[in-house]
Design a protein around this ligand. Sequence first.
Ligand SMILES: C[S@@+](CC[C@H](N)C(=O)[O-])C[C@H]1O[C@@H](n2cnc3c(N)ncnc32)[C@H](O)[C@@H]1O
Length: 255
Amino acid sequence: MKERLKNKLRSKLKYSSNPVFRCVWALFHGAKSVLRVVLIPSVRSQWAMETFNKDRVQQTTQRTWANRYPEIFAACRDFFAKQNKKNIRILSYGCCTGEEVVTLREYFPDAVIVGAELNRDSLRICRKRKCDSNIHFIYSKPENIRKYGPYDAVFCMAVLERLPMEVIRKHITDLKDMYPFEKYNAHLHEIDTYVKDGGLLIAHNTHYDIMDTDLASGYSALGSHGFTGMIFDRDSKLKKDNEFQQSIFIKKTSC
Ligand SMILES: C[S@@+](CC[C@H](N)C(=O)[O-])C[C@H]1O[C@@H](n2cnc3c(N)ncnc32)[C@H](O)[C@@H]1O
């Protein structure tokens, strides 16, 4: 009953033909947003990241959970096990609140694992975790990341994209304004510099395909591990709704 009344009042103000009512709605809505930014640390931190790190920020939402991609983690573990490589260096790029790093420790007990995050509030949560001394949580900027690299594996999971649920829900077919190909491409080039020759780049849940970039000739897909989603072309236009895309790539050794 209370909820119905609230919804009725909201649509009366928000969609009213009377400009005064619409103004009241805008003021109320604006004040609510400002209060959320001031009072809630996670909202404040996301706002700061989107405002002061506009060029660097990729995906903005803080959605994550433990062991989110078991098949991919297992395939990467098997790849290094086959080469008998144990003391590898792993970067979890966009580690959010640290669940991915903690999960990676279970798959790679002897690795040095670095979690890089741009959202300061998420990073604060990561740093509160009780971890071993071979796990490091760092603020995501190239000089910090390079300090621990280069890496045998870089996990870039659900980072090189923007609001994918909204893209699906609204069936957005052009990402030019939201997350253009150029932004993805530039960032992928930076991430490429962190990966060792012969190492793995795992780019999962992305809007674009590595194989559509000029890095394509430097990588080959490992197995057939990936995801199905809305994939966009170099003009930021939708290619297909349910395209299967590979996620694990081996960086070719340069001559
Ligand atoms: C949806 S979460 C994904 C978390 C985790 N990788 C997973 O798949 O569960 C995306 C994360 O990427 C972070 N992020 C966005 N741009 C970044 C950047 N340039 N460097 C590091 N982290 C970034 C966001 O702050 C957010 O925590």
